[in-house]
Design a protein around this ligand. Structure first.
Ligand code: FAD
Length: 376
């Protein structure tokens, strides 16, 4: 079957854009990818992943590399502030009986695995480059680039993230990212032997968690209610993060708290969300990943749904037929799942900020995990 589009431009080389390049090259498509960052860097601490993400990694062909460089384990251990165990939240083995249901990896490590796979796929990657104009007619899209070149494509994929310039240009009426009222603190730490899977301590207001990212390291995450989204001076990071651990007498948390100082690798990030209403395409320009569905990390599934977008879009284009039909089929398969992740994550954040119903929180977590296990 011939792909519905033979020459495709991807704008943005994050997890979603790189995954689209890998999957489309498998269909024999000529793929150009432009990434604005000349260093193709990825920032941040660890990233937590679930079984559905591992299923997508298997499709991309990077699961073995993830297993070598990241960490996978079953279950989320729930504990009281003093460290007494409450129970284990199961994480379903979605990627197969041989692959644990959860895990984590350092963000730059995952980005490098995907970048290597993108280059190996045959996609033409241009770094430090972006578009200056996109003009489309019925048969194709003309794109001008910052390096002075021009190209004509059957399809353009906007994968340039939450503050997408493609979305701004092609969908001027699209909603803007919205601050959620929460921010997240993350720190990369040495991994003690007792930390073998994700763990979370249920404080009355904050719920610190840790997740191993490799054989030797783990990352800690703490979500905080901050009604006003204001800048925080990095010099204050260790003190503010330590303060959030006050009141937790669990020995592991006490030890972490004592270890935090100005040398600690701490990342602070206000959480924003965006769900763009359908359609996610206009003519021959389609948006994927955070450009259309940026979620808060409460279900650890933002990267997952962006990567799945790439897999499903390539599958639909690979059926042949007209580009418009493929884009409509893509939208039908993606909308409900992505809406569920964004809205359920936002609801979990609201419950946490209000100190609300723990039963509802647990119910939403369980229902979301079940929904994520469904085929895409
Ligand atoms: C604090 C935080 C914690 C998170 N934790 C998790 C987690 O634990 N698990 C999880 O699954 N998800 C998590 N997420 C969500 C996840 O990080 C995102 O959903 C995912 O990175 C989206 O990937 P993307 O490729 O769609 O967009 P991005 O990662 O934003 O990539 C966009 C790319 O486009 C490039 N670009 C931007 N503008 C242009 C332009 N004009 N031209 C060309 N290139 C451009 C950028 O440089 C970047 O490389 C978290 C998000 C946040 C904010």
């Amino acid at each position: 079957m011939t792909c519905a589009a033979r020459k495709i431009l991807i704008i943005g080389g994050g997890f979603s854009g790189m995954s689209a390049a890998i999957e489309l090259c498998k269909q024999g498509v000529a793929v150009d990818l432009v990434e604005i960052d000349p260093g193709w860097r990825s920032y941040g601490a660890g990233i937590s992943l679930g079984g559905a993400t591992f299923r997508a990694f298997r499709q991309l062909g990077i699961l073995d590399e993830f297993m070598r460089q990241g960490h996978a384990a079953d279950g989320l251990e729930i504990l009281r502030p003093d460290g007494a165990p409450i129970g284990m939240l199961p994480t379903p083995r979605i990627a197969g009986a041989d692959v644990p249901g959860g895990g984590a990896i350092m963000r730059p490590v995952l980005a490098r695995i995907l970048a290597d796979a993108t280059r190996a796929s045959g996609a033409s990657v241009r770094l430090g480059c972006t578009f200056t104009a996109i003009e489309q007619d019925a048969e194709g899209v003309e794109v001008s680039f910052t390096d002075g070149s021009r190209g004509r494509y059957d399809l353009v994929i906007g994968a340039d993230g939450l503050y997408s310039k493609v979305r701004e240009g092609v969908f001027p009426a699209a909603p803007k990212p919205r601050y959620s009222g929460q921010a997240v603190w993350r720190a990369v730490l040495p991994r003690p032997a007792e930390v073998t899977t994700a763990m979370m301590w249920m404080g009355p207001k904050v719920k610190p968690g840790v997740n191993p990212v490799s054989a030797t390291e783990m990352y800690m995450f703490i979500t905080e209610h901050r009604p006003v989204n204001e800048r925080v001076d990095p010099q204050d990071f260790p003190r503010l993060m330590s303060a959030l651990l006050e009141g937790f007498s669990a020995p592991l948390l006490r030890a972490i708290r004592e270890s935090l100082d100005e040398r600690s690798q701490i990342v602070f990030r206000p959480l924003e969300g965006l769900l763009m209403p359908q359609p996610w395409h206009h003519g021959r320009v389609v948006l994927i990943g955070d450009t259309v569905h940026a979620t808060t990390p409460h279900l650890a599934s933002g990267a997952c749904i962006g990567i799945e977008d790439a897999v499903v879009l390539a599958e639909e284009l690979g059926r042949g037929g007209h580009v418009e039909e493929a884009l409509q089929a893509f939208q039908r398969r993606r909308w409900e799942r992505c809406r569920m992740v964004v809205e359920n994550s936002a609801r979990l954040g609201e419950i946490e900020m209000a100190g609300g119903d723990k039963e509802e929180h647990a119910r939403i977590m369980r229902a979301s995990m079940m929904a994520l296990a469904a085929p895409v």
